[in-house]
Design a protein around this ligand. Structure first.
Ligand SMILES: [Cu+2]
Length: 273
């Protein structure tokens, strides 16, 4: 009889300990699936600023995450106004110029799992001393009236195939079109998403909701397309969502026709899976 009790207690212990393990998994560090890209201090607001991402940075649309720490106590800061601005300093045969690129600030002053989600579209790769990216991050802690500015160095690789296109629209303006979804394409219907931003000046790239987009997937090597696609329509902030149907694995080219005022400009994104 004692033996049976012993077994019961052992089994009970195993069950409780494995439950505890599950609980621990839930409070796992949200950054454990991310890569730290860069860090610096926000001068003027005594905060350490870290930039995290799911992947190394490459040209195109990048989901980014900002983590803030009090630079004295090292405690995580979960409430703050955070504004980002990607900047590139270029040197073209001795001619120096700077430009920004499309970006999305954190939607809330409250962090999600200690992180402030934001995004940027990197329009060109880093190019040694002749093309240097940095992320400017403006931080205003809760209850503080002071802004602090951090400048985080970034390295942006060339994506392959290209995930961002800058083209001239029919009205002469430059527009940046970035591929967002699908990141992991599969055979069948996939969520499709792109962003469209207009270059107002070298520092300002507002989302552009004014296009009617027709999407046509093609398999160039086999000369066929696919049925049941849904053209992307504007949702918000220049982001357009639709559905793309890949009937088989292989090389696909997604043709995009952007129409406005009865004039159409075209671009495409390639993928292979
Ligand atoms: Cu540049």
């Amino acid at each position: 009889m004692k033996k049976i009790y012993f077994y019961f207690i052992t089994i009970a212990l195993i069950i409780t300990s494995s439950c505890k393990k599950d609980n621990n998994l839930e409070i796992e560090d949200p950054k454990s699936s991310l890569i730290k890209i860069s860090e610096s201090y926000a001068i003027g607001s005594s905060a350490k600023v870290e930039l995290w991402s799911k992947t190394e940075l490459s040209t195109g649309y990048q989901n980014l995450f900002i983590a803030l720490y009090d630079s004295i106590s090292n405690k995580s800061i979960s409430t703050a106004e955070v504004q980002i601005m990607p900047m590139m300093d270029m040197n073209m045969n001795g001619m120096k110029m700077s430009h920004s690129s499309p970006f999305e600030n954190p939607a809330s002053i409250n962090a999600t799992n200690s992180l402030f989600p934001c995004a940027a579209v990197f329009t060109m790769p880093s190019n040694g001393a002749n093309g240097v990216w940095k992320m400017k991050v403006l931080v205003k802690k809760e209850g503080s009236s002071k802004n602090g500015l951090a400048e985080l160095p970034l390295t942006v690789k060339q994506s392959n195939p290209e995930r961002v296109k800058t083209i001239t629209a029919a009205d002469g303006s430059k527009i940046t079109i970035a591929y967002i979804l699908p990141t992991n394409p599969k055979v069948g219907i996939n969520d499709f998403e792109i962003s469209v931003n207009r270059r107002q000046d070298m520092m300002t790239f507002p989302g552009d909701d004014s296009y009617t987009i027709t999407m046509t997937p093609e398999m160039p090597s086999m000369g066929h397309g696919s049925p049941n696609n849904v053209n992307p329509v504007h949702i918000k902030n220049g982001r357009y969502k639709g559905k793309v149907n890949f009937t088989m694995t292989g090389d696909w080219r997604i043709h995009l026709d952007l129409k406005k005022d009865n004039k159409t400009v075209s671009t495409f994104f390639d993928l292979l899976f």
